[in-house]
Write a protein of this length. Structure first.
Length: 210
């Protein structure tokens, strides 16, 4: 539940910019897709959610509430069984594979959200998606700053670190239970973010080779 508000706001913020002119009434729900299917049909490509673990499930639930269309890609049968149970559009396969991305119609997709943590798989997914659709908006998960820098170079538009966001969530809740009002909590969390970002930038500068 930690990632959902941050990730959903990022996705919803990107969607209007990449779907301008689309009549949402014409966007229809597709069938359930299996590995043998040849691809998707529809008037406009949906958001692609690569990875339907806990993070992906939370994002999809938020997209349902926002009324935004999406298609799930996952290689884990257990995760896809969960998607089937709730009649969510999905494809079985590895999202870093260009063939699977073609099946999901990434060439017409409005955005790609990569939720799995493997940095090699994330980078491969970004590279292949960019080759097929240079203009697609990409949100990706990362853990280390070095991974984030590499993904930025590959063309990721928004980077999200669940553990980093969780730390701020804990801090905010701690301020709440120790008696700080909402305004003060917001101010202190924002201040902590700025301080943390400044310290990180300073460390990166020091560690940069001459």
């Amino acid at each position: 539940m930690i990632l959902t508000p941050f990730a959903i706001s990022a996705i919803i913020g990107l969607y209007p910019r990449v779907s301008a002119g689309i009549d949402r009434r014409k966007i229809r729900k597709t069938l359930i897709y299996e590995a043998q299917d040849t691809g998707l049909t529809g008037d406009a490509g949906p958001i692609i959610i690569a990875g339907y673990g806990r993070v992906g499930q939370n994002i999809c639930n938020g997209l349902d509430q926002a009324g935004l269309p999406y298609i799930i890609i996952d290689i884990d049968p257990e995760c896809l069984n969960e998607a089937k149970k709730y009649h969510k559009d999905h494809i079985y396969g590895d999202a870093s594979n260009p063939f699977v991305l073609h099946q999901a119609n990434v060439g017409k997709a409005s955005a790609l959200v990569i939720t799995y943590p493997d940095p090699i798989a994330v980078a491969a997914t970004v590279k292949n998606a960019r080759i097929i659709n240079p203009g697609i908006k990409i949100l990706a998960r990362y853990h280390k700053k070095s991974e984030a820098e590499n993904l930025k170079r590959l063309g990721v538009d928004e980077l999200i670190n669940p553990e980093y966001e969780a730390g701020f969530k804990f801090y905010k809740q701690l301020l709440k239970i120790t008696g700080f009002n909402k305004g003060d909590r917001t101010h202190l969390v924002d201040l902590h973010r700025k301080t943390d970002d400044t310290a990180e930038s300073s460390n990166n500068t020091k560690n940069r080779p001459e």
